[in-house]
Design a protein around this ligand. Structure first.
Ligand SMILES: Cc1ncc(COP(=O)(O)O)c(C=O)c1O
Length: 426
């Protein structure tokens, strides 16, 4: 079916009104908030029941959190894992394990969840944003290097939507400037970069177990590292600086918070873990089927892992070139919705630093801290304004977000492929 009315483009605006498309699909797709789109079942219930019957709900009393940490560390081939309460806390655990000075800078990506950024502020450090690669939507290494100042201490590389950052380039930069690399893998379970799992390439890897992630226990986080000292400090930071989760004498050997995961969360996460390979394989199969159906359409750039890599498709990110496609990105996404595909436009909508929390640089009361922390005098001001990351703004404007999860049947991928062709008028 061709579009009812020929539409010309005037920048991002359609200049001719168009009739609504008839839905191609009326049944809902399996979603992350419904049993059909999740892998929660008898295994989770069994372990949860075991924990409840044991009456040991706290990590110090029970064994499931420790078991989860061991199993996750083993799956990733790391020596240390600290479980915590969220993906945000997993990143805070990583930063807390370092020795950062107030006013130090941490460079990260402007396309991410605020959970990547809040821990930087909690450690009294200044978030600095580097632009993204226009295709992978992950940090652009060249721009990252340009943002380094004498106060830069760490990089948080966000593996967005399940694709990998260019880790060779990022690690080379980190080595040149003596920076710690934290990988934010909240959206990137079992994602591979040149045959290596992301989360094991930098110094520390962080994962989220929040409802929408590949595996979930509602909310939760996991932080992995190989280095002995980092591993030890991660565990201390998540437990108020108290060694061995309260077993042994009372002591507080470093600053920390209480981010302890409960045995209830760990029971569910532990049952989810063996399902992870299947979850990712089914997501890849669904995404590959969508890509196969649309790869010849001019003006669409289906997602693709770099050579030797594996994308794990937290969702299906479809970039457009509106001039070639013949539709503005907003109109194209709207047409997909009319056809029955719950497509979104632009993910975070704008670079994360343009949200008021960051843009106003007011975090601690009315102060300008940590941007004006002692020792920052003479540094160029950190700006959170439009135009600071032009490639990010452009990519977000051209990004269509399409659901894709482990509950997808062949028909779901087929319907999405067909709808994309119709929406494009092909
Ligand atoms: C890339 C990224 N980092 C961090 C987080 C924070 O995770 P959580 O919501 O579990 O705190 C998320 C969650 O959406 C995320 O997508």
């Amino acid at each position: 079916m061709m579009p009812a009315v020929n539409v010309k483009l005037n920048g991002e605006k359609s200049v001719v009104a168009e009739t609504k498309l008839a839905p191609l699909r009326t049944a809902p797709f399996p979603g992350v908030n419904d049993p059909a789109g999740r892998t929660l079942g008898d295994e989770e219930i069994a372990l949860l029941t075991e924990v409840i019957r044991s009456a040991k709900l706290n990590r110090g009393a029970g064994s499931k959190v420790a078991e989860l940490e061991r199993a996750f560390a083993e799956r990733y081939g790391r020596r240390h894992c600290t479980a915590s309460t969220s993906g945000t806390s997993a990143i805070h655990v990583a930063l807390g394990a370092l020795t950062l000075e107030p006013g130090d800078e941490v460079i990260t990506s402007p396309i991410t969840d605020m959970g990547t950024v809040i821990p930087i502020l909690l450690q009294n450090c200044v978030p600095v944003f580097a632009d993204v690669d226009p295709f992978t939507l992950c940090l652009d290494p060249a721009d990252l290097e340009r943002r380094i100042t004498p106060r830069t201490r760490a990089i948080i590389a966000v593996h967005l939507v399940g694709n990998a950052c260019d880790m060779d380039a990022i690690m080379a930069i980190a080595r040149r400037h003596d920076l710690t690399v934290i990988e934010d893998c909240a959206q990137a379970y079992l994602t591979e970069y040149k045959g290596r799992l992301v989360g094991t390439i930098g110094d520390i890897g962080c994962f989220s177990l929040q409802q929408s992630k590949h595996i979930t226990c509602g909310d939760g986080g996991l932080t992995i590292a190989d280095d002995e000292r980092l591993g030890e400090r991660m565990a201390l930071f998540a437990n108020k600086g108290w060694p061995n989760y309260g077993k042994g004498g009372r002591d507080y050997v470093m600053f920390g918070v209480n981010y302890r995961m409960t045995e209830l969360q760990a029971a569910v996460a532990l049952a989810q873990l063996p399902k992870l390979e299947g979850v990712v394989a089914r997501r890849v199969a669904a995404a590959d089927a969508i890509t196969a159906a649309i790869r010849d359409i001019p003006g669409l750039l289906p997602p693709q892992a770099p050579p030797g890599g594996r994308h794990s498709y937290w969702f299906y990110p479809l970039l457009t070139r509106p001039e070639e496609l013949g539709w503005s990105t907003a109109d194209f996404a709207r047409r997909l919705r009319e056809l029955g595909i719950p497509a979104g436009h632009g993910y975070t909508g704008k670079p994360i630093f343009l949200y008021d929390l960051l843009r106003n640089q007011k975090v601690y009361g009315h102060s300008h801290y940590p941007w004006d922390a002692p020792g920052r005098e003479g540094l160029p001001p950190v700006r959170y304004e439009p135009g600071v990351c032009p490639q990010t703004e452009d990519a977000l404007a051209r990004l269509v977000v399409i659901p894709c999860n482990e509950g997808f049947a062949a028909q779901d991928a087929q319907d999405i492929g067909k709808a994309i062709r119709l929406a494009a008028g092909r």
